[in-house]
Design a protein around this ligand. Structure first.
Ligand code: SN0
Length: 316
């Protein structure tokens, strides 16, 4: 693999998830592969799991890691071509990205959407600016529209915990106090559409995802109905795509509760984290035996390791 920007860089999603499961058996099996190589992680937004698990993944492969909070630990970056830089941006992406590439063998980037300018966000403006100006492979650590490291982890976690060859997986919208990106849900839909599962999306009207990501997934507007016979419930909030970046209406009754989980086929519960307790998901669900959220987060290390390993093997 050259870059890991989205699912289109992955020849076979199920196979990559299987490789992550194999790495989990012996995370140090390839501890010399990345020796004397450096992974530089650039964060334009907050992170807990991605920040730690991606570093660990690289270190398991023998790499060095450097982490930078772009614009906080470093200069504010300018992205526009031809900009007259007399404002608050001190360094242009042209030099910035070129310089970082001199120090890095692989670069990871997190750059959330604006949730204001849909065209800019869905063109993956910032990610592409980096891509144009770096000389080394890029790993997407959540961009404006997708979060593929999370989706690979999710597929891996479903494969580990399923008792069926083709489980029913339900992505459900859940309430939140502020508008969140569509990234995790876009990606999850895209990866599920390419996997051997029965995939259903449920959300209130007006929260339809961009069809480039939801594809032919079945959409059910009644959460209770969607939960019937589900083997996995994957909850996530996202803001509206059509009424871009907005929260539309009051849907507090979409919070995931144990009562709703009882409508399923003893489903396992998944969420990418972080989550707002008792807004998005009730305590009783997060504290239950059927919740996979911490196991899912633990798998981020191995998913990232499978991705970095594949990039290193391509380079050598
Ligand atoms: C991000 C999102 O894309 O939804 C990252 C998820 C991995 N989540 C948030 O920004 C949550 C922020 C909050 O205040 O709850």
């Amino acid at each position: 693999m050259k870059n890991f920007l989205n699912i289109h860089d992955v020849p076979n999603a199920e196979e990559l998830a299987e490789q992550a499961i194999t790495l989990k058996q012996n995370r140090f099996a390839h501890k010399h592969l990345g020796e004397n190589k450096t992974l530089v992680l650039l964060f334009l937004n907050s992170s807990l799991r991605t920040r730690i698990s991606t570093q660990k993944a690289a270190q398991n492969l023998g790499m060095n890691t450097i982490v930078l909070n772009l614009g906080q630990d470093s200069w504010n970056m300018e992205y526009e071509d031809g900009a007259i830089m007399n404002g608050n941006t001190a360094e242009h992406i042209k030099e910035g990205a070129a310089v970082i590439s001199e120090y890095a063998d692989i670069i990871g980037i997190r750059a959330f959407p604006t949730l204001v300018d849909r065209e800019r966000d869905y063109s993956e403006y910032v990610l592409h600016k980096f891509l144009e100006n770096v000389k080394v492979p890029i790993v997407n650590m959540e961009s404006a529209t997708v979060h593929p490291l999370q989706s690979l982890t999710d597929l891996m976690t479903i494969r580990e915990h399923t008792t069926k060859a083709k489980p029913k997986v339900v992505l459900t919208w859940a309430p939140h106090i502020k508008p969140l990106p569509q990234c995790v849900s876009n990606s999850f839909a895209e990866w599920m559409n390419k996997s051997d599962v029965k995939f259903v999306i449920t959300h209130p009207e007006g929260y339809e995802l961009n069809e480039a990501f939801s594809g032919n997934a079945k959409i059910i507007y009644h959460q209770d109905e969607a939960f019937e016979n589900a083997d996995f419930i994957y909850a996530k909030n996202w803001s509206s795509y059509s009424n871009y970046g907005k929260i539309i209406g009051e849907h507090n009754d979409w919070m995931i509760t144990d009562k709703k989980m009882k409508l399923t086929n003893n489903a396992k519960f998944m969420h990418c984290l972080p989550t707002r307790r008792n807004v998005e998901i009730a305590d009783e669900v997060l504290d239950s035996d059927y919740s996979l959220v911490v196991k899912q987060a633990a798998n981020r290390e191995f998913a990232a390791q499978a991705v970095i390993k594949s990039i290193l093997e391509n380079k050598i």
